[in-house]
Design a protein around this ligand. Structure first.
Ligand code: 4FN
Length: 251
């Protein structure tokens, strides 16, 4: 999968490119993360990418021209990486508070594309005309004020990359298919048996796999009901979950 990121702070992306599971995916060439700096597409001596807003007011606005050139360059890079260039195959995604909220459904749907261009805003935002002409999709990671779209772009890439085939170990992918889908996690425990006077639930030490699966599922259901009634409302159990739910309700 190919990501082109339009950003004036390309160094930030070492966080995802150089570390952890996403870093390994880059090393294994399952993922390419190309940062493109709109400053490199300016023509003036000062490499200006921002200007004062028409109509006055505080702060600065990112100018359309350097961003447009950066996006055009990103599209040519995407096609060089074996990805088709039409907008529908390489969408330009603007990370923005105005966008649709990112959720696991959106993450999965982004796997329809082998390439995408992520546009990161800074200052007060981007000239509206650039957005009108070049942006195919707007996505938000949540309702809070940020200083830029870079962290949201990394959040999006992290969630998309971890869902690519062979990026996570076998254990994780098997788990993803079915079991935890749609519910919060159950509590996790590891060594030692006792920590600051707290012990591990007996069932997890029993070696009784069916009972353990049942306990974990019950924890997931109860936590989801209690803490995320919105998730519980929309929960569509798969075959295995439906079977376990029946058993939970019988007790
Ligand atoms: N943010 C809000 C209302 C008005 C402005 C902001 C805000 C970075 C360029 C956008 C923020 C949050 C989630 C991108 C926020 C996101 C951004 C995101 C983001 C600098 C302009 C800005 C009502 C949401 C609190 C700054 C609400 N997901 N403006 O944060 O890019 O993707």
């Amino acid at each position: 999968m190919y990501f082109a990121v339009i950003t004036i702070l390309p160094e930030m992306f070492s966080a995802i490119r150089d570390y952890g599971i996403t870093g390994r995916a880059v090393q294994n060439k399952q993922v390419v993360i190309d940062c493109i700096n709109p400053r490199d597409f300016t023509t003036d001596n000062y490499r200006r990418i921002d200007e004062r807003p028409f109509g006055g007011g505080p702060g600065m606005v990112m100018m359309a021209e350097p961003l447009a050139k950066a996006i055009q360059f990103a599209k040519s890079q995407a096609s060089q990486h074996g990805c088709r260039t039409q907008a529908e195959y390489c969408p330009v995604i603007y990370l923005s508070p105005q966008g649709d909220k990112l959720d696991e459904k959106t993450v999965m749907s982004l796997h329809d594309y082998d390439a995408m261009i992520l546009l990161c805003g800074r200052y007060e935002g981007i000239d509206e005309r650039l957005l009108q002409r070049y942006v195919d999709m707007e996505i938000s990671i949540g309702d809070f004020v940020l200083t830029g779209g870079e962290l949201p772009a990394m959040v999006l890439m992290d969630s998309v990359i971890r869902r690519l085939p062979d990026v996570m170990g076998d254990a994780k992918s098997a788990e993803q298919d079915s079991f935890v889908e749609g519910l919060l996690d159950c509590p996790h425990y590891t060594k030692p048996h006792e920590f600051e006077g707290l012990t591990v639930p007996e069932v997890l030490l029993s070696g009784h796999h069916a009972n353990i699966a049942m306990w974990r599922f019950t924890q997931q259901v109860n936590r989801t009901k209690q803490r995320r009634p919105d998730l519980w409302q929309n929960f569509k159990p798969n075959t295995e979950q439906a079977r376990l739910l029946k058993k939970v309700n019988k007790k």
